[in-house]
Design a protein around this ligand. Sequence first.
Ligand code: GLY
Length: 559
Amino acid sequence: MAAAFLLALLPFFVIGCDNVAVDSYYRKGALATASPIATQVGEQVFARGGNAFDVAVAVGFALAVVHPEAGNIGGGGFAVIRDASTKEIKALDFREKAPLASSEKMYLDSLGDPIENMSTVGAFACGVPGTVAGLYELWQKHGSMKWPELISYAILLADSGFILNAYQAESLAKYKDRLSVFDESSRLFFTGSKNWQEGDNFVNRQLGQTLAKIANEGPESFYSGDIADSIVATVKRYGGLFSHEDLASYQIKWRQPVNFRFDSLQIYSMPPPSSGGLIMGQILKLVEAYDFSKFEAGSIEYIHLFCESARLAFADRSEYLGDPDFYNIPFDLLDSAYISRRRQLINLNQVNSSSEILPGIMPSRESGQTTHYSVVDAQGNMVAVTYTLNSAYGSKLAVSGCGFLLNNEMDDFAIAPGVANLYGLVGGEANKIEPAKRMLSSMSPTIVLKNDKPFLILGSRGGSEIITAVAQLLINFSRFNLSLEKSLSQPRFHHQWLPDNIVLEEKSFDINLKQGLIKLGHIIKEADVLSEIHAVYINGAGLMIASADRRGPGHAGGQ
Ligand code: GLY
C-alpha cells in the first residue's frame, strides 16, 4: 500500500537531468504565459492538432480577456518566430504608431514643460493599435487551424466569464480609482461588482461581441468597420487624435531580427523599433569577454560588472535608437571593435558615473506592465510574443461598447529631450514624436538556437527591466550553468544608465552584498520584484520544459 502510494507520487518528485520534475517535460508542444487560463487555451489548441502559431494566436486573444492589464487588442507588440519548415527566423512588428495628427511637442505646455499625465492617461496618450493586425498576420502566414476557431476560446471566456484569481482581483482593486475616471472603463470593469474578490466570475460580453466580429469579418472590422468607428468616436470624445485614416492605414512590418552569438548560443531578438535585441546584445557582448570562473551568480563582482555594462548600453539606447523607418541608426551597435572600446570604460573596482558616461561614438564619426508568452511545437516552430498596453490597463480608457482598453504607448516616445518616461528612460532626436512613427520599445521577445536547433524561447514584461532580466537569464543559463528554474528564480537587479542607480529585488539580497555594492560607489534602490519571464527550453533529447516566472500569476503547460 505504502509502496503503491510512493510510486503514484514518483512522477512529481523525480528530478530529471535538467533539474525539473519529469512530469513537466512535454513532447508535442509547450508554452508559458502570464495566465493559467490562457495556458489551458494553448494546451487545448495543441490537443486539437494546432501548431505553435495557432497556439500563439489563440493565447494572444485569450490574454486580452483574462489578463486585461496587459493582454490586449487595443495595444501592440512584437513576435520573434522560427518557421520549422523553412528554418527561417523573422521578427514581426505590430507596434502601435503615432496618430497622423501627432506632433513633436504635443505633450508640452507653452513654456516647453511636459503637461502632467497627458502622455499616459486617456485618449491623447493612445497609439494606433497593432495587435489585431499582428495576430492575423501570424495566423495567415503560419497558422494551420481556422481563424474563427482560434478566437472562439477568447469569445467563450468573455461571454461566459472566467474565475478571477487572487492576482486579478487585487489588480482590479488597485487600479479601480484610475479606471473609474472614464465612464466606459468604470462600467466595463465595475458593473458586476464594485469590489471583485478571488473566485468571482468576470464576464465581458462587449468584448465577446467585438471578438466575434474579428472572428467573422477579420481585421477589417477592427481597422475600417464597426469597431474602428467606435474607437475613433471614443478617442475623439476624450480629445484624442485618431482618425479613420490612422486605423485604415495601419500596417504590420516583418523585420530582420537582431542576431548575435553569446557563448555557444545563437540569439535572435527584436530589432528597432524595439531597443530590446540590441541593448541586450550589447550587455551580453560586454560581459562575454570576462572570466566567469571568478564570479558567482548573485555576487557583488558579477552584479557590478553587469550593471556597468548595462549603464553603457542604455546610454546608447538614449541616443541612437528609434523607429528605423524614420531614423537611421548611425553605426552597428554590436560591432566588436566598438564593444571592445566601450568595455575599456568598465572598472571592476569602481562605478562609473552616468553623468560622465555618454553614449558612445564610432571613431568615424515601464510599475511597468506588458506581457510575454513563449510557445514551441514538436516540429520546431518557435514563437516568442511580447505585447502590451504600456502601463497596467494602458490609457485606462475603454472603447465605448467594445469591451477593451486602449494603450498609452505614446509615452514611450521621448516627449522632450531628456524628459524621462514612465520607466525613467530618456531619449532625444531618434525617438522624437513624428506622425505615423513607432515609439521605441524595450520589449525583447527572443528565441535561441544551439547547434542550429531550437533551444530556448523567452521574453518578459517590465519596460526597461525586460532587457536586463532577459540578459541575466541567458547568463545564468549559459555562464552559471543553472537549470531553467534556477535561472528564473535567481534574484534580479537592474541598471539603465539614468537614473544612476542599481535596482535590486528587495528581500533577495543580503546586507553584506548591498554594503559591498555601496562601497564600489553604487546607489541602491529596491523594488518588490523585477520582470516576469515566461520561457520554454528544449533539451538535447528534444523534450520541452516550460516555465512561468513565480514572480507573477503565470503558468506553464503543454502536451
Ligand atoms: N511599453 C513598454 C515598451 O514597449 O518597452
